[in-house]
Design a protein around this ligand. Structure first.
Ligand code: NDP
Ligand code: GDR
Length: 361
């Protein structure tokens, strides 16, 4: 049974990867959790459906509300209605490559959306009593200035997404300083999981590994194989977000593993999990899944996936977060890749079994 004084979280982007893990964590900690979901013509709450309870069931601790980061009046009304003690702003057009196609929308949702939330708090006179977390990103570092990248590394964004997030970063800092708000940026390096969006490179790879292993896909096409990322597990990172809002003083912090690997190394780890070696090939016409002569899986480079400006190397220094929060990334790379590959294999096998069942075989 919960008391009326239970902490109340408002989470934007709750239907995304981090939103789902964070909602689970907050519910475990006794929060009431309110999430903002977008209207969509198809279901978009799959990642949080397991948390949903019928509102007629009594003490409901998890609620979803329609909303959008581009709609200020909606955000003001939601904050007024929910009366949160903490806001986690995770909503964003979060795909770097897509941001080159939709730069204005990305700026509207990711940059101005953050301003709308902060300003809503001020309009409602709630800026002193609500703690605010902004989902900032290692993409802010962009073009390599120094490694490892830390809270003092200069920013050099390399995509419309990163430029929008740069505005969001600074408007959060500005509102903290101007209005004495508890508002912080978590500068998070890449974090993945079995529920990572399917078009980010890690999930694209683990889905392909599972599909090729089962003979359902022929070949994997990727872009820049030499890009290096500091990949951790989303579960560790949402714990860091929560910790940042539980401190005595607000502080912007980097969360990272302190290890970096190429996309190529991720491919090798994912396929290696299923016992496959890789044959790397350039783009071409013939498509072969497992090369019959070598027994190796064929991975091809398709320049379509290259970005107009790339971030070549991300490697974070999480030592300040360790000092301030006692936080460190606990789930190792191999366990992350294993969990993702196993998840995709199980999902595809489940879908195959359901198909067979439907067809009566
Ligand atoms: P996802 O892309 O999985 O989730 C994004 C969420 O934002 C979804 O719930 C999406 O809704 C929602 N959203 C998008 N546009 C709008 C809008 N206009 N109004 C309301 N909601 C919207 O991202 P992640 O969970 O991976 O990341 C969470 C946040 O952290 C993002 O802000 C991202 O930029 C940032 N980040 C992520 C990192 C990572 O490695 N995962 C690293 C650093 C920062 P829908 O489901 O309907 O699309
Ligand atoms: P990123 O993630 O841009 O780091 O942003 P993504 O997985 O999209 O790309 C990582 C690297 O892989 C290279 N790459 C490919 N990427 C995709 N998506 N598809 C491909 O086929 C492919 N081939 C190679 C990319 O060029 C890039 O170098 C993620 C998002 O979650 C952001 O929201 C977040 O802010 C940052 O991580 C930290």
């Amino acid at each position: 049974m919960q008391a009326l004084s239970d902490p109340i979280a408002l989470v934007t982007g709750i239907t995304g990867q981090d939103g789902a893990y964070l909602a689970e964590l907050l519910l475990e900690k006794g929060y009431r959790v309110h999430g903002v979901k977008r209207r969509s013509s198809s279901f978009n709450t799959e990642r949080v459906d397991h948390l949903y309870h019928d509102p007629h069931d009594g003490d409901v601790r998890f609620r979803l509300h329609y909303g959008d980061m581009t709609d200020a009046t909606n955000l003001i009304r939601l904050i007024q209605e929910v009366q949160p003690t903490e806001i986690y702003n995770l909503a964003a057009q979060s795909h770097v490559q897509v941001s080159f196609e939709t730069p204005e929308y990305t700026a509207n949702a990711d940059a101005l959306g953050t301003l709308r939330l902060l300003e809503a708090l001020r309009i409602l006179g709630m800026e002193k009593r609500v703690r605010f977390y902004q989902a900032s990103t290692s993409e802010l570092f962009g073009k390599v200035q120094e490694t490892p990248q830390s809270e003092t590394t200069p920013f050099y964004p390399r995509s419309p997404y990163a430029v929008a997030k740069l505005y969001a970063y600074w408007i959060t800092v500005n509102y903290r300083e101007a209005y004495d708000m508890f508002a912080v940026n978590g500068i998070l390096f890449n974090h993945e999981s079995p529920i990572r969006g399917e078009t980010f490179v890690t999930r694209k790879i683990t889905r392909a590994a599972a599909a090729i292993h089962l003979g359902l896909q022929d070949c994997l096409y990727l872009g820049n194989l030499e890009a290096r990322r500091d990949w951790g597990h989303a579960k560790d990172y949402v714990r860091g977000m929560w910790l940042m809002l539980q401190q005595d003083t607000p502080q912007d912090l980097v969360l990272a593993t302190g290890e970096t690997r190429t996309v190529k190394a991720f491919v090798e780890a994912a396929f290696g999990r299923l016992g496959h070696d890789i044959e790397w090939r350039g783009g071409g016409v013939e498509e072969e899944g497992i090369d019959r002569r070598s027994g190796k899986v064929v991975v091809r480079v398709d320049p379509r996936y290259y970005r107009p400006t790339e971030v070549d190397l991300l490697l974070g220094d999480p030592s300040r977060a360790h000092e301030a929060l006692g936080w460190r990334a606990e789930i190792p790379f191999e366990a992350l890749v294993g969990e993702m590959v196993d998840g995709d294999l199980a999902r595809l096998r489940g879908a195959q079994a359901a198909d067979l069942h439907r067809s009566g075989e």
